[in-house]
Design a protein around this ligand. Structure first.
Ligand SMILES: NC(=O)c1ccc[n+]([C@@H]2O[C@H](COP(=O)([O-])OP(=O)(O)OC[C@H]3O[C@@H](n4cnc5c(N)ncnc54)[C@H](O)[C@@H]3O)[C@@H](O)[C@H]2O)c1
Length: 279
């Protein structure tokens, strides 16, 4: 159901690759709520994925940019403002990638060049987007910026690897820049900590199916899917969340407040004997 919550707002959405992408669902929901949208991703992702299908559906413009490259970001933000005929009201940073995860390098055997790339792509790119927008004065008063995070920033989850460090940095950038943007420009900056979600990036995490099942069992409301995340984004982009800033909002069905659930305990009991030597 649409409520016209973003009517007249102009948004820049990073990270829609295919229909599984969380950013894809956010773009669809933002469009339904009346927003005018620019989509961005790397040139390769635009070629490999089906972003043009989404753009057609949402009447959106696609502008390629590598979010780690400040020159490309400057060009993107300037073009987006020109297209909108003014400032941007909301931005979604839905970008993450770890070469260590992709190449199967475990946390006790990280490749440090890969780690730099993980941090640059998954976290520092958020600072680069915010700083570029700051210098171009690109975000409107009352605007809202969201980056997508995961609870591995606070707690250790087997297999999440250096992405845990990347998410901790991402959340810190949201707070540090959130202070400056709030004070000087009346702009909100938050992160959403999302349940494990079946996407291209999500599927790359070691033991992802088990993690998905475990989270679902532990969460009283069950895992939040990409559409649930999109709805939370719409709420945070809208004027209904005017005073929410510098927060990490858990969109996780209650997982982050749980210790053990009945549903998870049932599985654990069954496998106790088998798992007695597990580390
Ligand atoms: N899927 C999950 O379980 C889950 C859970 C919590 C948080 N998240 C976060 O949600 C975000 C979106 O991931 P997703 O699960 O929708 O997967 P996805 O693979 O669909 O999206 C990741 C996107 O990052 C883009 N990207 C990678 N490098 C880039 C660069 N240099 N410049 C610009 N874009 C670049 C990719 O092209 C892709 O579109 C990520 O930050 C991810 O960590 C995902």
């Amino acid at each position: 159901m649409a409520y016209n919550l973003l009517k007249g707002k102009k948004g820049l959405i990073f990270g829609a690759l295919n229909e599984m992408s969380i950013a894809w669902k956010v773009a669809e929901r933002a469009h339904e709520e009346g927003a005018d949208i620019v989509l961005s991703n790397t040139a390769v992702a635009i070629r490999m994925g089906n972003v043009s299908e989404l753009a057609e559906k949402c009447g959106a413009l696609i502008i390629p940019a590598d979010a780690t490259n400040v020159n490309e970001l400057e060009s993107l933000i300037s073009q987006a403002m020109e297209h909108f005929g003014g400032k941007i009201d909301f931005i979604l940073h839905s970008i993450g990638m770890s070469p260590n995860v992709r190449k199967g390098r475990t946390y006790d055997d990280l490749d440090y060049d890969y780690l730099q790339k993980t941090l640059d792509i998954s976290s520092i790119s958020f600072h680069k987007v915010l700083q570029t927008c700051w210098k171009l004065d690109a975000i409107a008063q009352g605007g809202s910026v969201i980056a997508l995070s995961y609870i591995a920033a606070q707690r250790t989850l087997y297999g999440y690897n250096d992405m845990a460090d990347a998410k901790a940095l991402l959340e810190s950038i949201a707070r540090s820049f959130g202070y400056i943007y709030g004070r000087e420009r009346g702009v909100r900056i938050n992160t959403i900590s999302q349940s494990p979600t079946e996407t291209t990036a999500g599927g790359g995490v070691m033991g992802f199916d088990s993690l998905l099942d475990f989270s679902n069992r532990m969460s009283p409301l069950g895992n939040a899917d990409a559409l649930d995340c999109a709805d939370t984004c719409v709420m945070l982009f809208s004027d209904l969340s005017r005073k929410i800033t510098m927060q990490n909002i858990y969109n996780d069905g209650g997982f982050s407040s749980m210790g053990m659930s009945n549903k998870a305990m049932a599985i654990y009991n069954r496998n106790l004997e088998e798992c007695k030597d597990c580390k």
